[in-house]
Write a protein that binds this ligand. Structure first.
Ligand SMILES: [Fe+2]
Length: 383
């Protein structure tokens, strides 16, 4: 017997202007006192205001917690849960990139269970089902967190990015909220979405539904990320990228990611570079590593990237084609080489960390410390 499970976690509202229905949707969920969890930068840029206006227009009284920063910590989650409790929130709304949405997910667990985040953010993540509605509004086109069960939170006591899984209620995706993203964030988050799509297709837990979303996301990202990067107000590019990031979220929600994200986690905690940037650096080598084990899938990925294939390529050759294509996209979107930020020895020294990361167990190639060290050296040398 052979079967797959593909969980679709929640309904999605998608389209330009979709944010205007936020208040209405909160009411449909039976709520009237949500806590909005976001970042100060988004409040200052006027992005969060669109959501707050939509809530106000529906007569909803909300409170705002805007203390989220990149790589949110357990302390931030606990602080948000405390504000939710003080306000008596009946829903949590995460507005922002992965940091805000993941904080909202974890804060909902902390608020409902009364437990501090460090008790449930773990190296081997558990699924915790909650009753309080959590609504997610992405303002980047990257993380896909609006449709995944996972929240990635930094456990500051051990300097690790660990996770928890939970259920959420609704995603509201309005591409217009992504227009004001700086170029570097457009690039980093777009390449994070690419990593989600491509790693999801190359884990040892793949399924046909994920593959379909992944392939579509890869094709969209290769076509539209350079356009969104160069023309921030290009409506078609922003819409296609928002859709691609969402598709990639659906793609990796079930099979999760693998060694590319394990490398990215190690880089994040050591050099404090952005998640999407780290994922971009790792992706060419992650796909080159897995291609010999997955030649058919790698051919699909290469074609989605726009490569012209003869059909006679070996898995290793496909790996080279894919890795080169990703590096070309990285160059087009201003991704800096790791050598500008870190020393080679310090990067290769992360090998044990990468091998020990639970995500590496989803790689179809066994990730020993030696395999991880060889990959980290290539990440450093080949781009
Ligand atoms: Fe990611």
């Amino acid at each position: 017997m052979s079967y797959n499970e593909f969980k679709v976690p929640l309904p999605v509202v998608f389209g330009n202007g979709a944010i205007s229905v936020l208040g209405e949707k909160i009411r449909e969920l039976g709520c009237k006192k949500p806590l909005v969890i976001t970042e100060k930068a988004l409040v200052n840029a006027g992005v969060a205001v669109k959501a707050l206006d939509a809530l106000k227009a529906s007569g909803i009284d909300c409170a705002v917690f805007d203390e989220v920063a990149s790589d949110p910590t357990c302390a931030v989650v606990d602080a948000a849960a405390k504000i939710a409790a003080g306000f008596g929130a009946d829903a949590l709304i995460g507005i922002g990139g992965g940091s805000s949405m993941d904080t909202a997910k974890a804060a909902a667990i902390a608020y409902e269970t009364g437990k501090p985040a460090k008790e449930f953010v773990l190296a081997q993540p558990a699924m915790i089902n909650i009753k309080i509605p959590v609504v997610l509004v992405p303002t980047t086109a990257g993380t896909g967190s609006e449709v995944t069960f996972v929240a990635v939170i930094t456990r500051e006591d051990v300097n690790e990015k660990w996770s928890v899984f939970t259920n959420t209620s609704l995603a509201v995706i309005d591409p217009e909220l992504t227009y004001s993203m700086p170029k570097s964030i457009t690039a980093n988050t777009g390449l994070d979405a690419l990593a989600h799509a491509a790693e999801a297709m190359t884990t040892n837990q793949t399924n046909p539904h994920s593959d379909l979303f992944g392939e579509a996301a890869i094709a969209k990202i290769f076509k539209w990320l350079p356009v969104a990067y160069n023309e921030p107000n290009n409506a078609e590019a922003r819409t296609e990228m928002a859709l691609a990031a969402n598709f990639a979220g659906f793609a990796f929600n079930n099979p999760v990611t693998h060694i590319g994200h394990a490398v990215a986690d190690a880089l994040s905690k050591t050099f404090h570079t952005p998640h999407g940037y780290n994922c971009a650096l790792a992706l060419p080598e992650a796909l080159a590593l897995t291609a010999p084990a997955l030649p058919e899938t790698s051919a699909i990925i290469a074609k989605a990237m726009g490569a012209a294939l003869t059909g006679n390529e070996s898995g290793a050759e496909l790996g080279t084609i894919i890795a080169d294509a990703v590096r070309e996209l990285m160059r087009k979107t201003g991704i800096k080489p790791l050598s500008e930020i870190a020393k080679r020895d310090d990067v290769v020294a992360l090998a044990k960390d990468v091998a020990d990361n639970h995500l590496s167990s989803f790689c179809p190639v066994e990730v020993t410390t030696e395999v991880a060290a060889a990959m980290l050296a290539k990440v450093y040398d080949n781009y």
